[in-house]
Design a protein around this ligand. Structure first.
Ligand code: PLP
Length: 430
C-alpha cells in the first residue's frame, strides 16, 4: 500500500521503515496512538487539494460543496460526542487550537494563569519560549509537594493576587483528575474565564470515565491524536455559546457571540485554509469514538494504566502522586539512581519508547530530568490487557537495571520484538 506503487522510493522506503519500527517496538509515549486504517486513508485523499478558507456554507473559494459536507459531519459528530453546542474542527494542531482560543480572549500583555510547565503543564500554557509566554503575561500554579496533586489553594491565591483574565487547566504530564467545579469557582471570584486543554485525557472524558470539564469551563480545547485516536490535529469546543464579555459588536451593532470570536480567531486569526483531508480523518475518528468499541477501548486504557501502576509499585518504583486516574504515569526515578535521559536512551535501545520528563520539584534540568512519562493508549490499541502490563514493567525494569549493558539491552530488544508479534499492527499494509 505504501511502497509498491510509489516512485519516490527514498521517501516511501523511510515510511516503510517507520511502519516496521512502530510494529516491532513497545510504544509508551503517553501522547501517541495508532489510528485506524480508515483514519489514515481519509488523510491520504484528494481533499488535500482543496482550498476552503471560511466555514461550511460561508467560504472564500468556489467548489466547496463536498468539503462543506465533510467538515459539517466532523463538527456534528464532535458535538454529539461531548454534547456540545459549538465545535471548531479546523485547528491544525493542539498548539494552534490554544493559540486561537487565546487570540479570541486575550490582548497582548494580558495576564493568564496556567499550570507550571515543570509540574506537567504544556508549552502553550505560558512557557517563555512559546507564543503564550511571549505575547501574554503568564502566571503559574503548581502541584502540592506532599501529594503532587494540583494545588487549588495556590491557584486561588495567585488568581486573587494577579487577577488573570483566563485560567487554563489541563496538562501534558499529570496523572490525576481535575476539580473543574473548584476551578470555575476560583475563576468566578476574580472574574476570569476558564479554558480546559483536555488534549491528553479527551478520549476518556468522551466516554464519561473522568470528570467532565464541559459543565464548568467556558472553553475546551484538545488535540485529536492522543486518546481520541484520530489524525494529528486540534479542536475547540464550548458546551454553551455565550455573548462575548468584552462588548465586541458586529457590523449591525449586535454583541458577537463567543463562537464568532473563536471562529474568527482560528480563521483568519491564526490559520489560512483548513486541512480538509485531516478534517475528513477527524470525522472518521469521531465516528469511531461514537461506537461501543471505543467505550471498551477507553475502559481498557484505565484498567491497563492501573495495572501498570501496580506493577511498577510492586517493583519499588516511585510513581508521582502514588498512582493514576487516567492513561499515564509519571515515574520519579531518583530512588533508582538513573536520570530520565539515561532511562529513555536505555529503553530506546530495547525498542521500548518513552519520554524523559521532569517530575514536580525536580532538581535536574528539562534536558536531563528525574523522571519518565509512560502512557498506555497505544499499547491498548495494539490489543494489550492488564496481564501484558506486568510483562512490560518487567522489561522496563530489566532495561533500567542494565542501562549500561548493551548486550543485555540488545537481547531484551529481541524479547520485545518477539512479544510484539502477538499484536499485529496494520496487517493490511505490506
Ligand atoms: N496541549 C497539551 C496538553 C498537550 O499535551 C499538547 C501536546 O503534547 C498540545 C496541547 C499540543 O498539541 P500539538 O502537538 O498538536 O500542537
Amino acid at each position: 500500500y505504501f511502497c509498491a506503487m510509489q516512485n519516490d522510493t527514498i521517501v516511501f522506503d523511510l515510511i516503510h521503515k517507520e511502519l516496521e519500527r512502530q510494529r516491532h517496538g513497545i510504544e509508551l509515549i503517553a501522547s501517541e496512538n495508532f489510528t485506524s486504517l480508515a483514519v489514515m486513508k481519509a488523510m491520504g485523499t484528494v481533499l488535500t487539494n482543496k482550498y476552503a478558507e471560511g466555514y461550511p456554507g460561508r467560504r472564500y473559494y468556489g467548489g466547496c460543496e463536498i468539503v462543506d459536507q465533510v467538515e459539517q459531519l466532523a463538527i456534528d459528530r464532535l458535538k454529539q460526542i461531548f454534547s456540545c453546542e459549538y465545535a471548531n474542527v479546523q485547528p491544525h494542531s493542539g498548539a494552534q487550537a490554544n493559540a486561537s482560543l487565546m487570540l479570541a480572549i486575550l490582548q497582548p500583555g494580558d495576564t493568564f494563569l496556567g499550570l507550571d510547565l515543570s509540574m506537567g503543564g504544556h508549552l502553550t500554557h505560558g512557557s517563555p519560549v512559546n507564543f503564550s509566554g511571549k505575547l501574554y503575561r503568564p502566571v503559574a500554579y503548581g502541584v502540592r509537594k506532599e501529594d503532587a496533586r494540583v494545588d487549588y489553594d495556590m491557584m486561588e491565591a495567585v488568581a486573587k493576587k494577579e487577577k488573570p483574565k483566563l485560567i487554563v487547566c489541563g496538562a501534558s504530564a499529570y496523572s490525576r483528575d481535575w476539580d473543574y467545579a473548584r476551578i470555575r469557582a476560583i475563576a468566578d471570584s476574580v472574574g476570569a474565564l476558564v479554558m480546559c486543554d483536555m488534549a491528553h485525557p479527551a478520549g476518556l472524558i468522551a466516554k464519561g470515565l473522568l470528570n467532565s470539564p464541559f459543565d464548568h469551563c467556558h472553553f475546551v480545547t484538545s488535540t485529536t491524536h492522543k486518546t481520541l485516536r484520530g489524525p494529528r490535529g486540534g479542536i475547540i469546543l464550548m458546551k454553551k455559546d455565550f455573548d462575548n464579555p468584552f462588548g465586541l459588536k458586529d457590523v449591525k451593532g449586535n454583541i458577537r457571540p463567543m463562537s464568532n470570536l473563536i471562529d474568527l480567531a482560528v480563521f483568519p486569526g491564526t490559520q489560512g485554509g483548513p486541512l480538509e483531508h485531516v478534517i475528513a480523518a477527524k470525522a472518521v475518528a469521531f465516528g469511531e469514538i461514537l461506537s461501543e468499541d471505543f467505550t471498551t477501548y477507553a475502559n481498557q486504557i484505565i484498567s491497563n494504566a492501573r495495572a501498570m501502576s501496580s506493577a511498577f509499585l510492586a517493583k519499588g518504583y516511585h510513581i508521582v502522586s502514588g498512582g493514576t486516574d487516567n492513561h499515564l504515569l509519571l515515574i520519579d526515578l531518583r530512588n533508582k539512581d538513573i536520570s530520565g535521559k539515561k532511562a529513555e536512551i536505555a529503553l530506546g535501545k530495547a525498542e521500548i519508547t518513552v519520554n524523559k520528563n521532569m517530575v514536580p520539584f525536580d532538581d535536574k534540568s528539562a534536558f536531563i530530568t528525574s523522571g519518565i512519562r509512560v502512557g498506555v493508549p497505544a499499547v491498548t490499541t495494539r490489543g494489550m490487557k492488564e496481564a501484558h502490563m506486568a510483562t512490560i514493567v518487567e522489561m522496563i525494569d530489566k532495561a533500567l537495571v542494565n542501562a549500561e549493558k548493551d548486550d543485555v539491552l540488545t537481547a531484551l530488544r529481541g524479547d520485545v520484538n518477539a512479544f510484539m508479534k502477538q499484536f499485529p499492527l496494520y496487517p493490511e499494509l505490506v
